[in-house]
Design a protein around this ligand. Structure first.
Ligand code: 1YM
Length: 331
């Protein structure tokens, strides 16, 4: 046997164990907390990986299942995490993705997620904080599987047999030694999946709760943001039928905006940056507001009567009754 390889292997295993230990010691640094929000963040980390795979053009659907024992399975129908052996680490890419900490360990990566290169970052964190987990990959007509306890692999990657499926399925049971509660809230999950479906038009999101007699729900909004604004305005009176919608790319940032005026006085703005709702706004929202005020004033100046031109339309006037949602996404 090649002694050098054996030594390298155990050295990398020690690095992995140290990484997992760091996550279990300070979970809040990686998932924000160990309360109900932190618990649900475990699901979003894995769902985000599926969304990344869909945004890369390989997956069309993401399914979240709460199993009878309180574990969660997230499946996407994409390429499946690679299972080939890394030439120097001598471990499968799957094991490396599931056990090696990629992020610096700060709870700040959401702000630049979906910007490529961060694919799969949360998987090792979720694995480390789970009493048990297993991943199945459906690729090359085969089922590959690896199991973990508290993030530590219990087996090599094994092949289970043939399949016609494609994709990745991650099952995990959050560790009750870490979390204050390990009970998932189906309403919280449905609300978030609905929002994801609006933001990512064209991807199907399915939810199954096996704790509640196989409760099933699915979201699919072809129109993305347009459907979202339609949903926001469903109990209001729009003053124009067609929802204004635009989309474009500039300086490595993809922008999408949907807006519709209603006869209401209130303004409702739902800005997102990199798939995260930005309640406090930011330059993306300020930019849109400024552009809208400027555009409407320019239009009045160019097409209005002399009387119209003497009007000074302010931002607040432009936004009265306006309900909008916008996404800005680094690409
Ligand atoms: C339910 C969770 O993790 N899907 C997923 C993950 C990966 C890929 C596909 C993938 C990525 C790439 C190539 C690539 C990941 N792969 C890795 C790594 N769903 C979920 N779907 N082929 C497949 O990025 O080049 C990490 S995540 F690192 F192993 F390639």
């Amino acid at each position: 046997m090649d002694t050098k390889n054996t030594k390298d292997y155990s050295a990398s295993s020690i690095t992995v164990l140290k990484g997992l230990e760091a996550v279990r010691k300070r979970p809040a640094m990686y998932i924000g907390g160990t309360d109900k929000t932190g618990l649900h963040h475990m699901i979003w980390e894995i769902v985000d990986n599926g969304i990344d795979e869909a945004l890369a053009g390989f997956a069309t659907a993401i399914k979240v299942t709460i199993n009878e024992d309180g574990s969660v399975t997230v499946y996407d129908d994409g390429r499946g995490i690679p299972v080939d052996i890394h030439p120097t680490e001598k471990k499968s890419a799957l094991e490396l993705a599931a056990t090696v900490l990629h992020a610096g360990g700060k709870f700040d990566k959401d702000s630049y997620k979906v910007s490529s290169g961060l694919h799969g970052v949360g998987l090792s964190v979720v694995n480390a904080l789970s009493e048990y987990a297993f991943i199945e990959v459906y690729k090359n007509g085969q089922i590959y599987k690896q199991e973990y306890k508290e993030g530590v692999p219990q087996t090599e990657v094994v092949t289970l047999g043939k399949t016609e499926l494609r994709g990745t399925s991650v099952t995990f049971k959050p560790d009750s030694k870490i979390f204050e509660t390990v009970e998932f809230d189906s309403k919280k999950i449905l609300d978030r999946l609905r929002q994801h479906a609006y933001l990512n038009g064209g991807i199907k999101f399915e939810f199954v709760d096996k704790r509640k007699g196989n409760f099933k729900y699915a979201f699919f909004f072809e129109g993305g943001l347009k459907s979202y604004v339609r949903h926001i305005n469903k109990h209001l009176k729009p003053i124009h039928k067609e929802i204004f919608h635009t989309q474009g790319q500039i300086d490595g940032v993809e922008i999408e905006v949907a807006l519709q005026y209603t006869d209401d006085l209130q303004t409702r703005e739902y800005p997102f940056a990199n798939n995260v709702f930005t309640a406090d706004g930011g330059t993306h929202l300020t930019g849109l507001r400024t552009a809208l005020t400027k555009t409407i004033n320019n239009y009045i100046y160019e097409h209005g009567t002399e009387k119209d031109k003497s009007l000074s339309i302010l931002g607040d006037d432009v936004r009265e009754g306006l309900n909008s949602s916008g996404i800005s996404q680094s690409i």
